[in-house]
Design a binder for this molecule. Structure first.
Ligand code: A2P
Length: 333
């Protein structure tokens, strides 16, 4: 039997995440017959070299999805997604959206393939890619929740400037030369900023709220006790996170280590006798979630500390979205 071939659109193909989506797609040999690359009118006609062939970027319009698309990966921000993802879906195209526009909508699956790929089949045309800091956290959390049942989580994140897009990268680069910031509220060079996205009435930032709500949704634990402090640090790429977990059930560190090692998509790097632990520079360019500094929280019963690092543009955005498309093909949705 002939292999089924697909038509895929990449929306926001000229952006930081969109370009990584193209790189990840080029690395994989997916059965895609036709690619279409879309962006704003400002980029229409620009050339993109992809798998040895030159493509012209097309302007995203209400008519872009009229003709037979199976899938679209959107990385063009919330406003663009809100307007165009439902149009694409109405033409039978399944959208994987990187923005936060649809993540908390009840009928929209929020998917990390290693954790809840079964949710993919419940889609109504839109599937949401979670926030970058949530994606890398829920992979080890799910591995451990299945065994020991998580009661409470405390996140402290150390997030790279690439998570704030091109302007975030420029603020760090230009800040080192003494220039004032354009993206962040304060210089990121020589600073850690406890401020990602906007502040809410309760004093949390929206990034912190996203981590809390998305973790509950993905782990299917709506009442999970979880708190977060999200910090932007002067690192170009890859987010690092300290994750403190309290479990219902007792555990041994040996068993925790083995559970994490055996889980898909996790690499355990944890030999402090050799100063070995996950680092941003190790995670850069990879799709796995790196876990280390595995140790007991001795201040409570059944408490554990982890240090978790992943490439926020790859696993935190582009690769996760492409993995979702692969799952859609596998499940023949
Ligand atoms: P463009 O490059 O034409 O502005 P980043 O987050 O790195 O800024 O990238 C955002 C991506 O989303 C870019 O590819 C950008 O295209 C695209 N984009 C932004 N607004 C729109 C829009 N209204 N329609 C289509 N694409 C958009």
């Amino acid at each position: 039997m002939d292999e089924k071939k697909y038509k895929l659109a990449v929306v926001g193909a000229t952006g930081l995440v969109g370009r990584m989506v193209l790189q990840v797609l080029a690395e994989k040999n997916l059965p895609i017959l036709e690619y279409v690359f879309l962006a704003s009118s400002h980029s229409a006609g620009k050339e993109i070299l992809f798998q040895g062939k030159t493509y012209l970027v097309q302007e995203l319009t209400e008519d872009s999805f009229n003709e037979g698309f199976h899938f679209a990966i959107f990385s063009a921000g919330g406003d663009t997604a809100k307007k165009y993802a439902p149009i694409a879906a109405s033409h039978g195209c399944i959208v994987v959206d990187n923005s936060s526009a649809f993540r908390m909508e009840k009928e929209v699956p929020l998917v990390v393939p290693e954790v809840n790929s079964e949710e993919i089949t419940n889609n109504h045309g839109i599937i949401a890619n979670p926030n970058c800091s949530t994606i890398q956290a829920v992979v080890p959390l799910k591995a451990l929740d299945d065994k020991y049942q998580i009661r409470r989580v405390i996140y402290s994140t150390y997030q790279a400037v690439s998570g704030a897009g091109r302007l975030g990268l420029e603020d760090l680069e230009n800040g080192a030369k003494g220039e004032a910031p354009k993206k962040f509220a304060h210089p990121i060079y020589q600073n850690c900023l406890p401020h990602i996205d906007v502040f809410l009435e309760n004093g949390y930032t929206k990034e912190e709220e996203k981590m809390i709500n998305e973790t509950r949704k993905i782990l299917k634990k709506p009442d999970l006790k979880v708190t977060a402090t999200c910090v932007r640090v002067p690192v170009m790429n890859s987010h690092s996170e300290s994750i403190n977990i309290e479990f219902e059930k007792p555990f041994t560190l040996e068993e925790v280590r083995k559970t994490l090692q055996d889980y898909p998509g996790i690499i355990v790097l944890d030999d402090v006798t050799k100063n070995e632990y996950p680092l941003a520079t190790i995670a850069n360019g990879h799709d796995e979630v790196y876990v280390g500094r595995i140790r007991r929280d001795e201040s409570i019963e059944n408490g554990l500390n982890l240090w978790v690092v992943a490439d926020n543009i790859r696993k935190g955005a582009a690769s996760n979205a492409v993995q979702i498309v692969e799952k859609l093909m596998e499940f023949d949705v």
